[in-house]
Design a protein around this ligand. Structure first.
Ligand code: GLN
Length: 415
């Protein structure tokens, strides 16, 4: 038997290939020469599998898709406060290269538009010397996310530098307000190099999967950024990754995403997958047309909308027996906030007294942090009512079950 995932991706590829709308970017001379019908799709799961179809070994410049990752790098290196002092987290509703800053603070509105990304680049590489050291620092970081050594595409770098007037204007504007502390020319050279790092869709899907996997690279196992940095980065991607199309993207597709002018588009669904599409035909907002179509299908076909949630109707309580000799509570599946709330409500019905209460976790598969805290607090309160608390936990779902006051339930081995 062969897994059907590659067949699905192949069918998806053929579907998006039939869409010939959009044009290659032309404001960077070398991108204007891109082959418009190259196309590839890749999907990487948080468990470390990668599937890809189409032109999946073709390298292209990462462009703006570097922005969320370098933002994550700066957050990891400097902490949230230092980065937040310089760059906001609000959607801008503007084009990616707009010359605009937040009124009052003069910060760029977010790290996904060029003004924010140029600032973030300079923060992350502040300790580096010239632009080539800046580029090397960024390339090293992106390589850890991809799980292989990436390189700069020198041709794209020099081509974009020739026409980087708008980014230079943005950098000078940032320097005027002291958002940027360094030489605008050097920072723009470094930022342009950052955008020129060459990747494949497989690299990008792995990088996105690292964000989906709470900052841990699914293949190498390296914790590249902390879970809070991954969560923050995904939040800003959801709010602003698709520039002035961010609202309709979140509504219809619902996957935190980021696009780049060379035709890349990534999306990361927390706890599940990272995906990437490459197709250089862009829409008027500078996003890959086929990329958008691919993500719309992934979202619909695979139930990947962020706000698509399963409502669990099956109870976490799998068995309950109670008499004057005591109570036995058997739990199943996963204990999360809502299940724990149901459980605590039932526990309220146990009258105060000295009868033992046994919690049997042998059928419980997982416990979230809040589920654990609520269960332990329930145990503590039952004990305050006079009960002795017993725990049967053969799979160790509740390690170190301190009830919050240094006391533990009595462990029961056999039942
Ligand atoms: N290097 C490009 C620029 O700064 C990146 C833009 C993009 O991919 N949207 O203009």
């Amino acid at each position: 038997m062969q897994t059907p995932v590659p067949d699905y991706l192949q069918e998806l590829l053929e579907d998006i290939m039939s869409d010939r709308r959009g044009h290659v970017a032309d404001y960077i001379p070398v991108l204007a020469e891109a082959e418009p019908d190259q196309c590839a799709v890749a999907l990487s799961t948080v468990h470390g599998s990668t599937y890809s179809v189409g032109d999946d070994d073709v390298q292209f410049s990462v462009q703006s898709i570097s922005k969320p990752f370098v933002y994550a790098a700066a957050l990891e290196a400097m902490g949230g406060d230092a980065v937040d002092g310089k760059v906001g987290v609000e959607p801008s509703g503007e084009a990616f290269n707009e010359l605009s800053l937040e009124t009052g603070t003069h910060r760029p509105k977010n790290a996904m538009i060029n003004a924010g990304a140029i600032t973030v680049h300079s923060l992350f590489t502040a300790a580096s010397g010239d632009h080539s050291e800046r580029a090397a620092a960024v390339t090293r970081f992106l390589s850890r996310l991809a799980g292989r050594d990436l390189c700069l595409d020198e041709e794209v770098f020099h081509s974009e530098l020739q026409t980087a007037h708008r980014n230079l204007a943005i950098a000078h504007m940032l320097r005027t307000y002291d958002v940027l502390a360094e030489d605008p020319h050097d920072v723009v050279r470094g930022y342009t190099a950052q955008c020129s790092v060459a990747v494949t869709v497989k690299d990008l899907s792995m990088m996105a999967a690292t964000l989906a996997n709470r900052g841990r690279q699914p293949r190498t196992g390296e914790q590249v950024v902390s879970p809070w940095v991954a969560r923050r980065t995904l939040s800003v991607m959801a709010a602003a990754g698709m520039y002035d199309g961010a609202g309709s993207w979140l509504t219809s597709v619902g996957i935190p995403a980021k696009s780049g002018v060379s035709g890349g588009l990534i999306g990361a669904l927390p706890g599940q997958v990272g995906a990437a599409v490459f197709s250089p035909r862009l829409d008027v907002q500078g996003n890959s047309s086929r990329g958008i179509r691919a993500f719309s299908r992934l979202s619909a076909d695979m139930g990947m909308h962020l706000f698509e949630s399963e409502v669990r109707t099956d109870s976490v309580i799998h068995g309950w027996s109670q008499d004057s000799d005591g109570a036995t509570v058997r739990l199943q599946d996963e204990l999360r906030f809502t299940g724990a709330e149901v459980l605590l409500n039932r526990l309220e019905g146990i009258p105060a007294g000295s009868a033992p209460v046994l919690f049997d976790l042998s059928n419980l598969h997982a416990v979230t942090d809040v589920g654990r805290r609520m269960l332990l607090e329930g145990m503590r309160r039952l004990r305050l009512d006079g009960h002795s608390i017993h725990l049967h936990d053969p799979q160790g779902r509740l390690p170190e079950p301190d009830m919050g006051d240094g006391t533990f339930p009595e462990l029961v081995e056999e039942r």
